[in-house]
Design a protein around this ligand. Sequence first.
Ligand code: HEM
Length: 465
Amino acid sequence: MTQTLAAQAIRPSDPSTTRLEPLAGHAVDRTVVIQLRMALSCILMAVLGGFLAALHYVPAVSTWLNGIGVSLTQLRPVHTSFASLWIFGGSLAVIYHWLSTQHGGLDRADRLRFRFHTACWIVAGVGIFVSLLLGVSSGREYLGFHPAFSAVLLVGWFAYAWNFLRRLRHGFWAQPIYVWFWTVGTLFFIYTFVEGHAYLLPGVFENPVRDLQIQWKSCGTLVGSFNFLMYGSLTYVAERLTGNRGYAQSPTAFWLFGVGCLNSFTNYAHHTYHLPQTPIVKWIAFIVSMLELVILLKVMMDLARAMRQRPGPFCGRASWLSHAKGWTGTMLLYSIVISVPNVNSIIHGTHVVVGHAMGTTIGIDTLVLLGTGCWLIGEARGPAILPRLDCGLQRASVRWISGLLAVLVAWLIVAGTIHGWWRYQGLATPQWVAASRWILPLCGGAMGAWLIVVAVRMLRMLRAG
Ligand code: HEM
């Protein structure tokens, strides 16, 4: 049954209507290039913040950093904010590619709104970076910056949403799945981002339990919203790469959409297994979350198979997807294990959870979006750039990033599990765990260096030509 679905999904039923035109080359709108540049700059900021935060894992360096006024509480939100901005931004670059190639492209008003939201996001990005380093923070997870910057980000988002949503006047129901993903992701963001600021209301802030409940729920859905934007970008680029319209209208793609929607409403509960809660709620959260990962894995396997069948050299660009596929499978297993209630109660609040967050946002989101970014560069700069996109250095980068991430995640799992298990027994964490903390800055630093190599090369290729 699974094989039949995959075959149906990747085999065009009528070649005359399902094949796409070959890659055009030099056909990318300026808005796409600007948006991709901004997203790649966010990677640079995220890596910088992550590396400095990781240095806090070495006690002597941490004391020195604290002495010069650069604490982990300042650096962590710099890192997580720019990591999330990269994922949103990388997806938006693909969305602008679609906007600029459909229904007559972007008109003057669209471009004005694009300039407006770009200005808003640059102002907010710089403001967030500077204010966090000055110690101005909301102290919230993922929304650690001052709410004034949230307002600027949101106003910019409205301008982008206007550009995107007005395209739906050309129809919604018959559109390929990526338009559905992007529509829901765009709307979800507005709702969850506003909800994530409910703590500004005295009635919520003064009631810590309610505050926590809302925070978990909105954070879960916020992640759901960037996942939706990324899934949309993945299926859109896969459609263009394989030259096959069938996949974006296949049952598998629509299953991913349906289960993903459901998960956005239920996934908060997989963060609260340790709290008193009706078991049925926990079971629904568990089953739906795992189902989403299973379907995502299947989508990636189908696409990898379809790309292998496509003639032409794009192995360097395809290897991002093939590693992301491996990470999706690994993270599926990881999620299942840490969701077993007994295991969850031991690892909750330990580095095992950091390993899961970094494994998914780097191993899945970042690898996919670097792949889609490479595809955009190929479209923008034409065939002449392809050898640079598919060269040995590019393939080596994917392998190193993925390999170093694997070491990092393995260490986070071991350190977190040992800490959790000893904590459960009422004992102090063994000394060797604390003594191995240098692994994070070392492996993370090396992985960050490769990410910088990739991002800088991509920025240079965007400039070339
Ligand atoms: C684009 C690449 C990256 C992404 C998307 C990413 C994502 C994340 C996320 C989502 C978290 C939050 C984890 C949680 O909620 O528990 C996190 C934490 C962290 N990341 Fe990254 N990361 C990236 C690169 C790096 C690099 C290159 C380094 C280091 C050299 C690094 C070091 C850290 C540190 C130190 C933390 C905080 C761990 C703690 O709470 O103790 N990250 N990262």
